[in-house]
Design a protein. Sequence first.
Length: 413
Amino acid sequence: MIVLPASSGKAREPVFVLGGGPGQAATELASDYKEGEFADHDLVFMDVRGTGEGHALDCPGGSDETPEAYLEPFLAAGAGFAACRDELQRHADLTQYTTMAAMRDLDDLRRAMGFETINIDSGSYGTRAALIYIHMFGDHVRAAVLNSSVPVENRAPLYHAAAAQRAFDLLVEQCAADASCHAAYPYISADLWTVLNRLRAKPEHVTIAHPITHAPLQVILSASGFADALRVMLYSADAGRRVPRLLQDAKMGNLAPFAEAAMLSSRRLANSIRTGLLLSFTCSEDVRRIRPDEVARATKGSFIGDQRVRSQMAACAIWPRTHVPKDYYAPVKSNVPVLIISGEVDPVTPPAWGKMMLRSFPNGIQVILPAGHTPYNDCTVSLSTRLYAAGIAKGLDTSCVSALRYPPFILPG
């Protein structure tokens, strides 16, 4: 746990920060908060069970010793996670890792620290955790920020493919509406499918710089690895603005720029997630609700296809599951004031999920930013600060949102 004390000298209700994933350690987010932000509040970062140092439920995957694995599709090992399961079970009961259990831990911490009420700052999967905490202990929540919402209706990863395709299609539309971008990249979708079809026929060897040593490194790009890497790139609006250029280069036979960009974004994501915890949470809470006959329909026409869903389902087939009370899925109605932040081109939790989450909170509002996943900037900090100060979301001045703009597309030269 990390606590960043209020710097103003007039500390109010603390802000408890909930990480995403699932599987992200909250303490790793502490460095993202600039000095002076949320000056009237202590910031509390508690690593939920299974994420912190010494008790992390992690599984072997990409590493800086074997960085080529960063370019393999996430969870591609499927049933191969049995070896990790067996290793983790030597010191952990994998049935004891659920969102509800983690939120009981959080409330135990709140009481131990002597706080009657807290604020919550959450992102991505952390918004699901926040929803469950409010459902269980809502009387102790003053206000909450839900950035990139994951309501219980979102049975991850069933909708990942459609969300990523939507984000890509919006990117194509935005480029077409930009004269310079359209002139440079008139066939973005065709470029993507040309590369994917070529890689389906034969994966390609690519030489790039090692992410740490910068020595030459040979990697293999498959169609599924390429598609998953593209999805991860779209998490960031900045990285997304490079995609048309990268796809054009790839179509022309130069895959190295894409592979290098993919290595950076996929490495960052892989190193932030404890895969074993992700499986413990999602296998019991989400994947168990996915019917095999739904997969083809949910992923049809997407550049990712069904690979991610079927890989995660295969992993969950051998992973221990635990009973999840029906109360976990019960509709939540709470008067807690919430600010729901959504990125317009979010490739995993698009604004529609935020709109659905808003149904639980009659005293909440939603703002949609020109951004990707979990946008965090001066505007979101200002909105969150005012929410925590006033304890009211309705009527919050959101004018800073209208001043935000997408970064420019990266053009040739």
